[in-house]
Design a protein around this ligand. Structure first.
Ligand SMILES: *Cc1c(COP(=O)(O)O)cnc(C)c1O
Length: 366
């Protein structure tokens, strides 16, 4: 049986009628930028997270950049980031002129190791950016304790974990300001690029609202040097269709993960996902590790099972970051994850037969 890594067409076809209605509504309104659709989605997304403000922006990277800028972070500052994240987390810091300072993850949860943060804090450190990688909440209670001890801001990169929790509290509610992405493949995905900033801080919300729209609250009066990073009406309308489905789809993903855990336990040298005490995962990705990763991926490809590698090269070894002067061996846990991780098909629509086909193909490899 062929199992795609992710069938975005199928996911969106489930909502085709509602999307068409949303499209028609925006078309008929004749209003495409910063209108009622954006306002409504922002209110709904703030309510989903239980925060006072959500500000729609053009994508997840911009959500991170504008959050950092709203905090006043820039040249000369340092921001603690995971060594094993998607490069966007680092790029956002670099774009402001600040320096990303990597901290290694826990080798089993893949999230930033709170016990390794303190040794990387310097007089220039301004903020900690936890990334809830693969959908599992980072250890926010412990990260918050470190941040409070040192007077640092927390900015969560919640691109992969909409709806996840730590100690029963949602991700995107721990930091003073938090960023997310609605890239089509994310748990809450648009039909194009989109992102959002969430915060309970009215002043920061106002700053981001101005920054995303040319630094202006009133048309043609520009108070600060902003950018054009607006969430557009069409994407907001599509996201409003999908947001009410998110919790149920996340639950389905957790059930799929439970099935994978059951059928893959003890197979070969596979290391299955480890969810920390008190944390939940919304399984943006279901990532396993094996010393024979590349051969397993090729075997699965031949059997029609789609997989991906998240991520093959950690940011410190990317050519784009050559100027920071890092070398192979500097962040061995991140490097080991990059060398051994493989993401299996994961989506709310996966059925028992598809999960069984993936498991069977993996078993036949080992
Ligand atoms: C997807 C993602 C981003 C960036 O989102 P875009 O919308 O693609 O800009 C940032 N951080 C993480 C961890 C992501 O997975």
């Amino acid at each position: 049986m062929k199992v795609d890594f992710l069938d975005i067409k199928r996911i969106n076809n489930e909502q085709r009628a509602a999307f068409t209605e949303a499209y028609n509504r925006v078309m008929d309104s004749g209003w495409f930028i910063l209108g009622n659709e954006v306002k409504q989605f922002e209110a709904a997304y703030a309510a989903f997270n239980g925060v006072s403000h959500a500000i729609g922006v053009a994508n997840g990277l911009d959500a991170l950049i504008l959050s950092l800028r709203a905090l006043g972070i820039g040249a000369g500052d340092e921001v603690i980031v995971p060594s094993n994240t998607y490069i966007a987390s680092w790029l956002a810091v670099s774009y402001t002129g600040a320096r990303p300072v990597p901290v290694e993850p826990d080798p089993f949860t893949y999230n930033i190791d709170p016990s390794r943060i303190e040794e990387k804090i310097s007089p220039a450190t301004r903020a900690i950016m936890p990334v809830h990688l693969y959908g599992q909440s980072a250890a926010m209670d412990r990260i918050q304790a470190v941040a409070q001890r040192h007077g640092l801001a927390i900015l969560e990169d919640n691109a992969q974990a909409q709806g996840a929790r730590c100690n029963n509290r949602l991700t995107a509610t721990w930091g003073i300001i938090n960023a997310t992405s609605f890239y089509p493949g994310k748990n809450l995905g648009a039909l194009g690029d989109a992102g959002a900033v969430t915060t309970d801080d009215a002043a920061l919300a106002e700053k981001v609202t101005a920054l995303r729209n040319y630094g202006s609250h009133q048309k043609y009066y520009n108070e600060i040097l902003g950018v054009n990073s607006r969430l557009d009406e069409m994407q907001a309308a599509f996201l409003s269709v999908k947001l009410p489905l998110l919790n149920a789809q996340n639950q389905r993903r957790q059930q799929v993960a439970d099935r994978y855990n059951a059928v893959l336990a003890g197979v070969g040298d596979l290391i299955l996902p480890v969810i920390a005490e008190g944390c939940t995962s919304v399984y943006h990705l279901y990532v396993v590790r094996t010393a024979q990763r590349d051969a397993l991926q090729e075997h699965l490809r031949q059997k029609g099972i789609g997989t991906m590698i998240h991520y093959p090269v950690p940011p410190h070894l990317q050519q784009a970051y050559a100027a920071l002067g890092y070398q192979k061996g500097d962040f061995p846990i991140a490097e080991q994850i990059a060398d051994t991780a493989i993401s299996l098909p994961m989506a709310h629509y996966l059925e028992e037969a598809q999960i069984a086909a993936v498991a069977e193909a993996i078993q036949s490899f080992f």
